[in-house]
Design a protein around this ligand. Structure first.
Ligand code: CDP
Length: 206
């Protein structure tokens, strides 16, 4: 790939599928910028939990809000998926994501609607998934490692509830895009999942 040309790796998938880990690893391997778009919705969700209006929060979002240490909690994740249903919230976040996707030098974005709405012309499109139980176990391990107090059952309930809300909404619902490669990581460790994603990017490079 030519380092001044846009080159977009678009990654979608349900909650806790490993999109972030794969996105970061792919970005590092190919020297691309990485945007975890879930953080934008989480930041809006966190502001709403603090009393803000969701559309105003999305319109006025600042980079600093992405560093809020509470963004990784389940409470914020739930609120993120509620604000993500609102078309005006999604619209307010669109231009930033599109510009990021086509920046010179290339980018990796992960989320729910990257292949379908943000960057359908992406050179690489993937849908990363795994069974809800496998995803919940991975997220549970991650939250425990971060020192959060939770249970496997609570994490599974969060994952199932958000998947339902994200898939059933009418604005940019979660679904595999036409032409996306589906990467089911139920039986794959993280190294194998990253290797499979890297192989898909290698295939697309000119
Ligand atoms: O890390 P995890 O997969 O659990 O969630 P996330 O990617 O941080 O996204 C949190 C929530 O933001 C999701 O449940 C979606 O409702 C919403 N989201 C979205 O609607 N569109 C995106 N491109 C990214 C996230």
């Amino acid at each position: 790939m030519n380092s001044t040309q846009p080159f977009t790796v678009a990654i979608d998938g349900p909650a806790a599928a490993g999109k972030g880990t794969i996105g970061r690893a792919v970005a590092e391997r190919f020297g691309l910028a990485h945007l975890d778009t879930g953080l934008l919705y989480r930041a809006v969700g966190a502001e709403v939990l603090g009393g803000a209006d969701p559309v105003e929060a999305a319109r006025n979002l600042e980079a600093r809000a992405l560093e809020n240490p509470t963004l990784r909690t389940a409470a914020v994740a739930q609120e993120a998926s509620k604000v993500a249903v609102i078309p005006e919230v999604r619209a307010a976040l669109l231009d930033f994501q599109r510009a990021f996707a086509r920046r010179a030098g290339g980018a990796v974005l992960d989320g729910r609607d990257i292949c379908t709405v943000i960057c359908p012309q992406a050179e690489v499109k993937m849908f990363v998934t795994a069974t809800p139980e496998v995803r919940a176990q991975r997220r549970y391990d991650e939250l425990i490692a971060r020192g959060q107090d939770t249970t496997y059952a609570a994490v599974l309930a969060d994952v199932v509830e958000r998947d339902r809300r994200d898939s059933e909404r009418s604005a940019a619902p979660l679904k595999p895009a036409q032409g996306a490669d589906v990467l089911d990581t139920s039986q794959l460790g993280i190294d194998a999942a990253v290797a499979a994603a890297i192989a898909l990017v290698e295939e697309a490079r000119v």
